[in-house]
Structure formats: C-alpha cells, structure tokens
Design a protein around this ligand. Sequence first.
Ligand SMILES: [Zn+2]
Length: 190
Amino acid sequence: MTQKEIFNIFYRSGALHTGHFKLTSGLHSDQYFQCALVLQHPRYAEQLCSIAKEYFGGEQPETVIAPAVGGIVVGQEIARILGCRSIFAERKDGQMTLRRGFSLRKGERVLVCEDVVTTGGSVKEVIELAQQAGAHVIGVFAVVDRSGGGANFGVPFLAAMQMQVKTYPPESCPLCAQDLPIDQPGSRQL
Ligand SMILES: [Zn+2]
C-alpha cells in the first residue's frame, strides 16, 4: 500500500479530521486523528496490519503482544494474519503487566504492536516486560507513528504511516487568532 492509499483509508473512515482542536495535552491543533475509527472496519484493519506481515513475517514471530487498550485490535489482527498467538499487557497500579493468565517463555519470538506511537512510552514498557520474561523482541509495528522520528525502541520499528501533527499553545494558536470554534474530541479516561 502507498502512503496515499493509507491516507485515503483514514479519511474515508472519518479517523482524520481537519479543523481546530483542543488535544488531551491542552495544546491546539488543526488536525485530529482517532485510530479506532479506522480499526472499527475489519477490512481496513486487515489491509493496514498486512504491512506488518510483509516486514516482520520472515522473522517468524510466535506471539504478538500489545499494550491495552489501543494496541489490542492491531495485535489480534496481525496475529490472525501471521497465524500466531496474540496477548496484551495492561496497567495494574501504574505498572504494565501480563494478567488473565497470559505468559511468555524464554526465547519466545515476540512482535510488539500498537495503534499509535506518540512518545512510545507504553511500547517501551511492553518491550521491557517481554524481555524480563526472557522473550526475544523481534520488532515493533504501529499503524501510525506520530513521534516525528523520536521513538527509538532499540529494535526494528515500522509504522504504516508517519503523521506529523502541528500543535500550538493556546496563546499563540493561529486558529484561535481567527476566532475559529474549537472541538475537544477524544479522551484518555479509558
Ligand atoms: Zn486554538
């Protein structure tokens, strides 16, 4: 898939909006992206996750692991395409952990998957969790990389799409200066 085809999928699914937005960080932006709106369509999820197979399939991952919540759909779909196992890590008392009886064994070949990488913090924690269990992390796949090249995991990292978003502090926001009404989509409450 070309970057243009991927962008078209994002637009068609209503995941990518332009306008004037207040992000959860408090910063303003002219763009808002909600990955779940792409992944709600299994056909789109399949198309995007197939990119992970092209890149990492040769490494023969045995298990896909994702940070909850956003990464779970991505991990499940990639595991389906690869014909391997899918598990996820979730926070307990602020700490990323394996629950629900999930486990990893020594030397297990693991691919870490996420929907959107912003700072990469959750992915880093999942990598550490897998490595502490003795698993071999072969790489990281994300649908969207918004880190602007800043995410470095110490293993190969591939994102289907690089998405740089311009953000502004409210006091110097050019959209506020034009008196454009502002939306506050999304939430981090989950
Ligand atoms: Zn503004």
